[in-house]
Write a protein that binds this ligand. Sequence first.
Ligand code: BEZ
Length: 251
Amino acid sequence: MERWNSRAYDSSFGYVSTQGAPLVDLLDPQPGERVLDLGCGTGVLTAQIAFRGAEVLGIDGSAGMIEKALAQYPGINFIVGDGHDFTVARPYDAAFSNAALHWMSRDPAAVVGSVREALVPGGRFVAEMGGAGNCAELTTAMLTAWREYGLREPELPWYFPTPADYARLLEREGFLVRLLEYFDRPTPLDECPGGAADWVRVFAASALEGLPPDLVEPLLQRVNELAAPALRRETGWMADYVRLRFAAVRR
Ligand code: BEZ
C-alpha cells in the first residue's frame, strides 16, 4: 500500500525538509564521501547533501516518493527499499535519516543493523526522528475520538523511543553514540487549515482505512475539538513534536 501522497507531502509538509537542514550540518558531508539517505522522501535533503559534493544514494519505501525524487533530481541516485533489510553493493561513509526512522517500526533493531552493515567501520550514522511523547496530544485526541465513536482504537504505526532505549539499541547494534539530543519542537501546521484533522488525514491515513465514509468527517471534527485546547493558537495549529537527534559511529 502506498502510505504517502508525495504531492501533499512536498507542498503541505515542506517543513519536514526545511527543518532537516541543520541535520545536514551535523552530518557535515564532505566532497567525494559516499552517503546514504534512508527514508529520503522526495529527495530534498538528499539533494542538499549532494550539493555539498557527496555521492548520495536516497532510499525510500514509497515508490511514489522515489518517482518524484528521480524527476526532481535527475543527477542523484534513488531507489525503493525497506530500511529493515536493504543491502548495498559497496559500504558507505555515512548514513543520514530525517523524520523517517519512526515509520520503520516493525523491527527497529533490524533497521539499525541494516545501517551498520551498509557502513564502513568508523562510518557515521546521523539522524533525527520522533522521540517518546512525540505527537502525544494529537494521538490522545485521536484515540479519545475513536473511543467516543465506539470504534476500535487504531494501531498507530510509529516507533517513538526514549533516548535511553535508542542509545541502548545503537550500542547493541554496534554503534558508539557520540551525540544524543531529546527536545520539544512545537511545529506550526501552517499548511493545515483543517488543523489536527488534516494532520490525521496525511500522517495517520491508515487509521481511517475501512471506516464508514460518512463517519470520517464528524470523527475528525471531534479530533479537532479534543486537540484544540492544547494545540490551537491564535496564529494557527501547532503539532506537539518531540525529536530525538543523534550522531553515532560504527565500531
Ligand atoms: C514526525 O514526528 O515527523 C511524525 C510522526 C508521526 C506522524 C507524522 C510525523
